[in-house]
Design a binder for this molecule. Structure first.
Ligand code: LLP
Length: 421
């Protein structure tokens, strides 16, 4: 459930007309509902009621400070994948003791920053990384808390680019090597092995793959117990899907039930790293129709947002519903909704039946709260768009639109190009 609804044929975000925001700040822009963000986090968290758990929002899905602050204030933790996300997380108010750090390619400076801030744990993805973390912890006179990210070789049945738990994917450590890793770690003096972790993929719409992964992890935990290695945390990663079109993913309560049931009586604290399921349907991208262009074979609706603003349709053939901000009559057309960028891959929808819009109309690209703004770029020297948060009948810009000066900030022309010839 989200808070983007029509009232008298006009799209509102909570009690704010989308059109009012467009008039004030221009288009395109991302728009988030505070009530939806709060509701989604709380529902997810409460789905695990009675279980010892920590919900670490996955910052990669949306790392704007205002959004992160909501989850930090609700007592949540944070899943990070870079030094930049650590920086943002701390700025937004997360306690380091609730931050987990995954990623196959952590750099030394990033490891050092995480160590000096005392994060909860590193989710380690290779034996070489384990050794490096041990060395860096020794250097700084600390001990690093670690989980090994295991690759359980489970098919999450999602888009190949966002499937991460198969042997052929770069993520995690296979079961046998993981066992070796836990053994090796007991000899490393600056590593404290406190957990086991997996993340099998994203936009997963069934509970089964999570249970299959958990079964593999349980087996490993039992083997560890026999080796007298006792861990404290079981991190199941993120991955629960949302409805973009007609998908029917498990509800958070169903997902929680499946995990808790499979977990059985393992005496471990559960960590979850949801991203999309919390923010995906809490945000939209608002864009304006620039032109309509009927062609011999099909019609194009040309809008002012492009693949640099929302790359999911281009990259994953992802579906995002597109709704008119102002409903008028019932007439529909079939068209490609495309952006201003110089690539045929620059589209938000292909061959889509949508409202019979005209030049100047506003459109809402739905379910754009996750992996929307964070994956945007300055391609074609287009300015990154603003982000707005609505709460009740008020709204505030939480990130301003870039300016042309922002576009060239940090650039310089070298002296040797300035010399007169
Ligand atoms: N934990 C780890 C270690 C991850 O790599 C991810 C996502 C998550 C948690 C959160 O997964 P979620 O709950 O959001 O599914 N850009 C793609 C999605 C990439 C996901 C990357 N990892 C998209 O737009 O669909």
């Amino acid at each position: 459930m989200h808070h983007f609804n029509y009232i008298d044929n006009e799209l509102f975000c909570e009690n704010v007309p989308v059109n009012t925001i467009a008039k004030k700040i221009g288009t395109p822009f991302y728009l988030y509902s505070h009530a939806t963000l709060t509701r989604h986090f709380s529902i997810f968290e409460q789905a695990f009621e009675g279980v010892d758990r920590l919900v670490c929002f996955s910052g990669k899905a949306n790392s704007s400070l205002a959004i992160l602050k909501i989850f930090a204030d609700l007592g949540g933790g944070l899943d990070i994948v870079s030094g930049g996300e650590l920086f943002r997380g701390l700025k937004a108010g997360f306690t380091p003791q609730k931050i987990v750090y995954s990623g196959v390619g952590k750099r030394i400076d990033e490891i050092d920053a995480a160590l000096s801030n005392g994060i909860l744990m590193f989710n380690v993805e290779s034996l070489e990384e384990l050794e490096l973390i041990d060395q860096r912890a020794k250097e700084s006179g600390t001990t690093a808390s670690v989980a090994l990210r295991v690759n359980p070789n489970v098919d999450p049945k999602t888009h190949p680019y966002i499937s991460t738990g198969l042997r052929k994917n770069k993520f995690g450590i296979d079961m046998e090597t993981a066992l070796e890793g836990y053994r090796a770690a007991s000899r490393l003096q600056h590593i404290r092995m406190i957990g086991i972790d997996c993340h099998i993929g994203s936009q997963i719409t069934e509970a089964r793959p999570f249970q299959d992964a958990l079964d593999s992890l349980k087996e490993l935990v039992h083997q560890l117990q026999h080796m007298d290695i006792h861990i404290r945390y079981l991190d199941m990663g993120g991955g629960l899907g949302i409805t973009y079109d007609d998908e029917k993913p498990p509800l958070p309560s169903e997902y929680a039930r499946a995990i808790v049931e499979s977990m059985g009586d393992l005496p471990l604290t559960l960590i979850l790293e949801p991203g999309r399921v919390i923010v995906g349907n809490a945000g939209i991208l608002v864009t304006r129709v620039l032109y309509r262009k009927p062609g011999p074979d099909k019609e194009f609706i040309i809008v002012d947002a492009g693949m640099n603003d929302l790359i999911r349709p281009t990259l994953y053939s992802a579906y995002h519903a597109i709704k008119p901000v102002e409903l008028s009559g019932g007439a529909t057309i079939r068209a490609d909704v495309v952006g201003p960028i110089c690539e045929s891959g620059d589209f938000l929808a292909l061959d889509r039946e949508l409202a019979d819009v005209v030049k100047g109309d506003l459109l809402a690209v739905m379910s754009a709260g996750a992996y929307g703004f964070v994956m945007s770029s300055n391609y074609c020297s287009r300015l990154r768009v603003p982000e707005v948060m609505a709460m009740g009948d008020t709204f505030e810009v939480i990130r301003t639109r870039q300016t042309y000066d922002d576009l060239i900030a940090g650039e310089s022309v070298p002296e040797f190009l300035k010399e007169e010839r």
